[in-house]
Design a protein around this ligand. Structure first.
Ligand SMILES: [Mn+2]
Length: 382
């Protein structure tokens, strides 16, 4: 069946939702290229598999519509396959269906636990394809594929294509390109965090999207992702943001619960100070964002190249009530993250002109995906 991804999305947009149960494919709330590509391609391939389905799966981008423009790599890749924002569905759509009293059944891609806002809307999880740590939930979901690899799209693409190929199907170029783009971005052209599912797909991509210069396209995507010209501090904080609820059995510790938001940013803290009016102004923006999100601790994880070296920093901006908790958590993850200055007590930032306490993270392999579970443990063990 030769249906483009664009035609598929057009068709979804043209088909009003009338059933009491809506089935969606939902990416994670950071809504990175991997999540978006996984959600769209899963829904698309599912439709290829059964185009007679009266109620096809709808791909959901797990952020408000207005936030898509902050993800320039995604906008770029989608434009390359002739898809604009109008053809997409967002968390706003799930909210609307919920208000219309519809059941929402979800396949989760690129995460394996429904959290935060999506949790208010999703009635039931019916499938999972993911490459994060298995939280052990939804044991009856089908499929339930959770496997370590560089890109979740590798799992989605191989899940469908291996099945289809036996039936003589050649995947459409745009669907392949979409998955490939996330694969390239997540593994830097299949050179980092590559596992066997990624390699399997790399071969398939080379076959079905022969014309794409992988090395060059990787650069194009990275450049678009790193293009943050014109962004405000708030834009940068929400561009790649995930929120976590950590728990502790001891209710005397912040009522046994800590809400942490982690913003991943591709510039150094010094760059942020410079760009956004100095330490006082940046700090004020961070506190404002923490208040807006109604969370206990805002954590900024920066990653950037300086002096030819890839570097990471971690910075916490805790509420007054959780400052002591933030300090203890930092101390607990210090060995794992190989933090410098970890016993310096500067979390009590006082003066407005003072910089935030930032830690150089020598363990540069640990991104948010690895760090968040460690922080969860650290809180649990306080
Ligand atoms: Mn992913």
């Amino acid at each position: 069946m030769s249906l483009t991804v664009r035609s598929f999305l057009n068709l979804l947009k043209a088909t009003p939702v009338t059933s009491t149960t809506v089935r969606v494919v939902c990416g994670n709330e950071s809504a990175d290229l991997d999540s978006v590509a996984s959600a769209i391609s899963y829904a698309y391939f599912k439709f290829i598999e059964n185009s007679k389905d009266p109620q096809p799966f709808i791909p959901i981008i797990n952020i408000p519509r207005e936030d898509l423009k902050l993800r320039r790599d995604i906008v770029h890749v989608l434009k390359d396959i002739d898809i604009n924002e109008d053809l997409l569905f967002f968390i706003d759509d799930m909210k609307k269906w919920k208000q219309e009293n519809r059941n929402i059944e979800a396949v989760l891609v690129d995460h394996n636990e429904v959290v935060n806002e999506a949790k208010k809307y999703v009635t039931k999880v019916i499938g999972v394809i993911d490459h994060h740590k298995d939280m052990g939930l939804y044991k009856d979901a089908s499929p339930r594929i959770i496997e370590v690899c560089g890109s979740c799209t590798s799992l989605v693409y191989s899940y469908f294509i291996n099945d289809f190929l036996s039936q003589g199907y050649t995947p459409m170029h745009d669907a392949t390109r979409l998955c490939l783009s996330a694969g390239l971005s997540d593994t830097t052209n299949f050179s980092h965090r590559v596992e066997s599912p990624d390699l399997v797909c790399k071969e398939l991509y080379a076959k079905f999207a022969r014309d794409i210069d992988m090395e060059n396209y990787t650069k194009v995507i990275k450049n678009a992702k790193n293009d943050i010209t014109g962004f405000t501090a708030r834009d940068l904080l929400r561009k790649d943001y995930k929120q976590f609820v950590f728990t502790n059995n001891n209710k005397s510790i912040n009522n046994g619960q800590l809400i942490m938001g982690i913003s991943s940013i591709v510039k150094s803290m010094d760059w942020l100070y410079e760009e956004f009016g100095g330490p006082g102004a940046l700090k004020a923006d961070c506190v404002k964002y923490r208040t807006e999100k109604n969370i206990d601790i805002l954590t900024i994880m920066t990653s950037f190249v300086e002096k030819g070296k890839f570097q990471r920093q971690i910075t916490m901006i805790p509420s007054d009530e959780t400052k002591h908790i933030a300090e203890k958590m930092i101390a607990k993850v210090s060995d794992y993250l190989k933090l410098d200055d970890s016993n310096v007590n500067i979390l009590n930032n006082k003066g407005d002109s003072e910089k935030l306490q930032q830690f150089q993270q020598q363990n540069i392999d640990a991104s948010r995906k690895q760090v968040a579970p460690y922080l969860a443990n650290a809180f649990e063990e306080l």
